[in-house]
Design a protein around this ligand. Structure first.
Ligand code: GLU
Length: 392
């Protein structure tokens, strides 16, 4: 693996382009500094059109794209005659409420040129910290992607008070990447990547091409913060984002965004900084979290047929559940026991314990009648299920 001092080489360029081209799912974070002109406070439609051309090309190759876009506060501040960096919290929240409409409209107009549908998704920190809301947000994003829509995510600044704010879209983007098991997170920035020293102070400072581990040396580089004009995210928040992304198995890149088609530039080998995930894939990282980190609060005892189906990789349907123990909410971790009482898997329940008791042993088609609403077909979806390790 290359160390911090390595020069950007052809090999880096090839690997960089391949990571972007081979990713199944890409999250692209766009900062306010790129989207909104610092002087005029206006949205740069020309730049947006260039980036959206990039996204349309990525989509036409069959890759899925989620955008995390800042800019609401900057745009709304202009409309309201406020100065973004001098706003009180309530003024920023008011500005975000005004600016988010403009932001969403701009994305919609730009994407519609390429026949792409857009969805606005506003998240708060709570949505990624509370499992139930996390699952809800994830399911919605999954469904939007399946339906071919481009989700454009921002923080729900209007309701997010200081204690429950991400505060910066770098970390929000990393949590979104983690949530949907993205292969790749692109932070478009007004710097080309992580430098060993602040390039404004030392123009000869070397760009770090690849970071395999977030060592203290690497973290120290972020204290020479190279911050963007209007965005709140400096290098420090980008490294925090890298921590979240790489531990979830997502590769993250900081790349220069002030150009017509920044993703095309990356694909043609432009220098940037990649933060590499360990050996884990995004899906494995998620399953480790389910199996290892979460405390199960209930048990589902299943019949032979269900046990065999689970071993073959299927979801757990209510029909195969004989009994339900414990108290759990939707999204909580549960143990799944075979007919002999031995744990065969763990997973996240798609129904609460009360609901699970009502639908246990019944067919998926009966769920609507039993519960009064149409929930998920599976009691534990296979994406949320990890089989216990078997010996031999
Ligand atoms: N959510 C904020 C906005 O849309 C931006 C936060 C950031 O720039 O990191 O204005």
């Amino acid at each position: 693996m290359t160390g911090p001092a390595a020069e950007w080489s052809d090999a880096h360029a090839r690997r960089s382009a391949a990571r972007l081209r081979d990713a199944r799912r890409i999250v692209v974070k766009v900062g306010s500094a790129l989207l909104v002109d610092d002087q005029t406070g206006r949205l740069d439609e020309h730049w947006l059109a260039g980036l959206v051309g990039d996204l349309a090309r990525v989509r036409s190759r069959g890759q899925q794209v989620v955008v995390v876009s800042s800019g609401a506060i900057a745009l709304g501040s202009r409309t309201l005659g406020l100065v973004p960096r001098r706003n009180r919290l309530d003024e920023s929240q008011a500005a975000a409420a005004v600016g988010q409409i403009q932001l969403a409209r701009a994305w919609r107009n730009a994407l519609s040129v390429h026949g792409l549908e857009v969805a606005q998704v506003l998240l708060t920190l709570d949505d990624s910290d509370h499992r139930r809301r996390y699952l809800n947000a994830r399911n919605t994003l999954e469904t939007l992607l399946r339906l071919g829509v481009v989700p454009v995510v921002n923080e729900n600044d209007t309701v997010a008070t200081a204690e429950i704010r991400y505060g910066d879209n770098d970390r929000l983007a990393a949590r979104v990447a983690q949530m949907i098991s993205a292969d790749c997170l692109v932070l478009l920035s007004d710097v080309s990547g992580l430098y060993a020293r602040d390039p404004r102070v030392d123009p000869a400072a070397a760009l770090v091409p690849e970071v395999a581990t977030l060592t203290p040396d690497i973290r120290a580089m972020a204290s020479d913060a190279v911050t963007g004009g209007m965005g709140s995210g400096g290098m420090r928040t980008k490294l925090l984002a890298a921590d979240v992304a790489t531990s979830a198995g997502t590769a993250m890149v900081i790349a220069y965004g002030r150009r017509e088609a920044p993703l095309a530039a990356l694909e043609s080998g432009e220098a940037c900084t990649w933060f590499l995930p360990g050996a884990v894939s995004p899906v494995t990282a998620r399953k480790q979290w389910i199996a290892g980190t979460l405390q199960p609060t209930g048990e589902l005892c299943v019949d032979d047929g269900a046990a065999r189906a689970l071993a073959a990789g299927a979801s757990l349907l209510a029909a195969g559940v004989r009994s339900v123990d414990g108290t759990f909410g939707r999204g909580d971790a549960v143990r799944i026991l075979g007919p002999d009482g031995v744990e065969i898997a763990r997973g996240l329940a798609a129904y609460s314990s009360d609901e699970a008791r009502r639908i246990a042993g019944r067919h998926s088609g009966e769920i609507t009648d039993l519960l009064g609403y149409r929930g998920r077909d599976a009691l534990v979806h296979r994406d949320d299920l990890v089989l216990a390790r078997t010996t031999g």
